[in-house]
Design a protein. Structure first.
Length: 467
């Protein structure tokens, strides 16, 4: 199969730039804030609008899928080649809350173009990055002369990602047959910077728990009883102090079981990125670096598991003093997990560790939230190399590698569908996800469309060896 000339793809995208941005602006005007019950009709309106946009693009299947919460959107366009791979693209159409008084220069749901930037809530996270797939598939078809994509193309765009995706896993399990895919592409991520195109190779998982400690049946006088009965607030402090050793390693026995260690090549690739620690510290609003000994900052936030104290409390919190031994205390902990770690194993390990730390006379209860599994794509994965080649053509620049320190529902897709997860995003740190004046670089958005115009051919041409 001959390669589509890059100039033809770029010309098509430029010719359709205005119409694409006008359509995106219409979608951005819908305030699909999933966290606000009063915006539930808007989230539904957003789903209906997107299903219509997919149908106008040419997808023969474009449906709104109901959930116990906000609706998702599913679209499908089979290839005319029955042997082509099936690709599922994931994104979300809900957005974070936003109001002018939060510090926006203009109304957050009235898109504004200033220079080569489009400002609106959802411009980068995630409507812009979902919508470039519509322009990309049209460019792919127009410049190859195909009537259908080179791959069996599916899209699943959920409506509750900004609210923790409470119904997502059940939705995927219920529709696993229709969502079946050979690989998943997540377009809810970003690049290192405007001039450093990167592809993300993995996200950490997440396990969270709350530990409640109970001592006396009520608050009691610290003079009459202090020093003679156990104090649950002290127990909470000791529990937190025991979480790490002096090298900032997590001290929970078995915590590192199965951890996929960084290869020398991965360390080299991380080190190639133009990382400025002082600038990063300023962004973090922090004053010193800290973390697991033997690892760089990027390694710590991308490729190492962590344990963090998210909250701790107990006893009197008001002004002045109240000399008591409190009846209870609590600690909230979160654990970011990396490839090779099993959330169920982590829960068992934490429960065993806590039972040893809590002294006699203190009763404790541990509640774990549903966990998110980590996901990682090996650097030499052929499908990942297809993404790298397509991005390299679009950006006319070497593509480097990153990971994400956060967590998301991508691992649910990987686990339930049994398909590798790849990441394709063009947002940059300055886009201000969740912040006032969220924006997207229009030029990068168009590069995202161009990347997908090349990607579907690349994957098809390398099939079945791509996976």
């Amino acid at each position: 199969m001959s390669q589509t000339p890059d100039s033809a793809v770029r010309a098509y995208i430029e010719q359709h730039r205005t119409a694409f941005l006008d359509d995106l602006a219409a979608w951005l005007r819908i305030p699909s804030v999933s966290a606000r019950p009063d915006h539930a009709p808007d989230v539904r309106r957003s789903a209906v609008w997107l299903a219509g946009a997919f149908a106008r693009t040419g997808f023969p299947v474009a449906e709104v899928w109901e959930t116990p919460g906000a609706p998702a959107v599913f679209a499908e366009w089979p290839s005319d080649d029955p042997g082509a791979p099936t690709v599922l693209v994931y994104g979300h159409h809900d957005v974070q809350p936003a109001a002018r008084e939060d510090g926006w220069r203009t109304e957050p749901f009235e898109p504004v173009v200033r220079g080569d930037r489009l400002y609106a809530r959802g411009a980068a996270d995630d409507k812009g990055q979902v919508f470039f797939h519509t322009l990309g598939v049209r460019a792919h078809l127009a410049t190859t002369g195909r009537a259908a994509p080179a791959v069996h193309l599916k899209l699943l765009i959920e409506g509750e990602e900004e609210s923790g995706s409470p119904a997502f896993r059940a939705l995927v399990e219920k529709n696993a047959a229709r969502l079946a895919a050979d690989l998943v592409i997540v377009s809810d991520t970003g690049m290192w910077s405007e001039d450093t195109p990167t592809v993300c190779t993995g996200m950490r998982g997440l396990a969270e728990c709350e530990i409640r400690l109970y001592g006396p049946d009520q608050d009691i006088h610290s003079g009459a009883f202090g020093g003679a009965v156990p104090n649950p607030a002290t127990a909470a402090a000791r529990l937190v102090a025991a979480l790490h050793d002096e090298h900032a390693h997590v001290a929970v026995p078995g915590f590192y079981d199965g951890v996929a260690e960084l290869t020398d090549r991965e360390r080299e690739l991380f080190a190639e990125l133009p990382f400025d620690e002082l600038s990063w510290l300023r962004t973090a609003k922090s004053h010193a670096l800290h973390g697991e000994a033997g690892h760089t900052t990027l390694e710590r936030i991308w490729a190492r598991p962590t344990a963090e104290v998210n909250g701790i409390g107990g006893g009197y919190q008001g002004p002045g003093s109240k000399t008591i031994i409190p009846s209870s205390a609590m600690v909230k902990l979160s654990f970011r997990l990396v490839a090779g770690q099993d959330p169920d194993h982590i829960e068992t390990a934490v429960r065993s560790w806590a039972a040893v730390q809590v002294p006699a006379g203190i009763r404790h209860e541990i509640t774990f939230a549903p966990a998110t599994r980590p996901c990682l794509t090996p650097l030499d994965h052929p499908a990942l190399q297809s993404v790298v080649r397509a991005m390299g053509r679009a950006f006319e620049s070497p593509v480097r590698y990153t990971r994400e320190g956060g967590s998301g529902p991508a691992a649910d897709l990987q686990e339930i569908l049994g398909a590798p997860v790849l990441f394709l995003g063009v947002s940059v740190p300055s886009d201000g996800w969740h912040a006032p004046d969220e924006k997207v670089e229009i030029g990068l958005l168009l590069k995202g469309a161009e990347t997908t115009a090349y990607l579907w051919n690349d994957l098809a041409e390398n099939w079945p060896h791509a996976l």
